[in-house]
Structures are given as structure tokens and as C-alpha cells.
Design a protein around this ligand. Sequence first.
Ligand code: AR6
Length: 190
Amino acid sequence: MASGAVFNLSHSSLLKILQGDITEWSVDASSDAIVSPANKLMLGGGGVDGAIHRAAGPQLREACSEVPEVRPGVRCPTGEARITPGFNLHASHVIHTVGPVYDSDVNPRESLTSSYRNILRVAKENNIKYIAFPAISCGVNGYPFDEAAVIGISTIKEFANDFKEVHFVLSADDIYNVWVNKANEMLEKA
Ligand code: AR6
């Protein structure tokens, strides 16, 4: 994974923007998690969610199937988050969220902010200190990269004191460049 760009979130925490495959992400700590942008049933989908399920192994699907449905066909509503173990991943946990579909969500900005906030709340409740995000909703869900980067970085900033390191692991060149540019505008370089 490329070393990327590093910023200060607070005096004791860092934001790192890395280019690579989030399924290969590992840190030298057990209090860690990666984020999976799932669908509402949480049983695996395409994109990064599919890659995370393949890398974690079938136990991840089994653990997801045990998450109670809040209504038929919905384990995780849009903007919420659920946690499971990471199984065969290097990361010890997966935090699943359902990000907004940009063209059909009534308030995509609010839903994406809510996804980030609920992920960080669940992570904090589980004593996670290192967490890696992909670009939630920036694939098939069609969210504009600039706005998604600003929402992601500013919401993470609200939780700066609760984590040691927050990473974005971005596979696409164009998304990586947008994230680094926005972080340069919003944060101080470490
Ligand atoms: N590592 C890091 N980033 C990746 C990887 C990877 N291995 N693979 C893809 N990306 P998407 P969404 C990037 O479509 O828009 C699924 O079917 C990709 O380039 O995975 O939130 C779910 O089940 C893009 O920038 O997620 C949901 O139904 C970003 O990850 C729905 O798609 C997110 O792309 C979620 O859509």
C-alpha cells in the first residue's frame, strides 16, 4: 500500500490518506476496523463490499445474517452502522454502513454524514483506535467525490480525540487526488 499523505486531526491523532486495496489494510494494533459500504441486507454485494466479504471469508456473511432485521429485508437502514468481527481480514472488525444512493436519497448530504457519524460512534463504543474507510457511496451509489470528501473529513474531525489514526484507503487515482486536495484545504499537514 502506498505511503500516502498524512495530516493532523488533533495534537494526538492522525488522518492518513492511502492508495490501495482496503482488504489488505493492517496496522500493528488489535483495536482496529475497516468500513464496508453495504446494502441494507448486509449479505455481501459488489464493489468494495464484495471484496471485503471475499477476503474475510464465509464467516462474515454468517455473522451478518445474525444481525437482526429492523424490518423485513433491512438489517442496516441508510445512514446507520453495524459491527461484526473481521474473520480472515487483518482488521479485527468490520463496520458495515449503508451510504446514500446520490440520485434517489431525499437528503444525500445528511445520510452520508449520518453514515460517518454512526460508524465513528460504533467504533468508539468498541474501543477501536485505528479505523480505515473507503470512499463510501462514491462507486455505484454515485456520490460526487468533492462533496463526499468534505463530508468524510469534516465528520471525522468531530471525533478526532477518540482515535489514534483514521485512514482512508482509496483504490481509484481520481478519488485519491480529490481526497488529498480536500485534506490539504481542511487540515494541517503532519
Ligand atoms: N479497496 C478500496 N476501495 C475500493 C475497493 C477496494 N478493494 N474496491 C472498490 N473500491 P462501491 P458504494 C472503491 O461501489 O458506492 C455494493 O454493491 C471504489 O472505487 O463499492 O458505497 C454494496 O453492496 C469506490 O470509489 O460502494 C452496496 O449496495 C468506492 O470503493 C453498494 O454497492 C465505493 O464503491 C454501495 O455502493
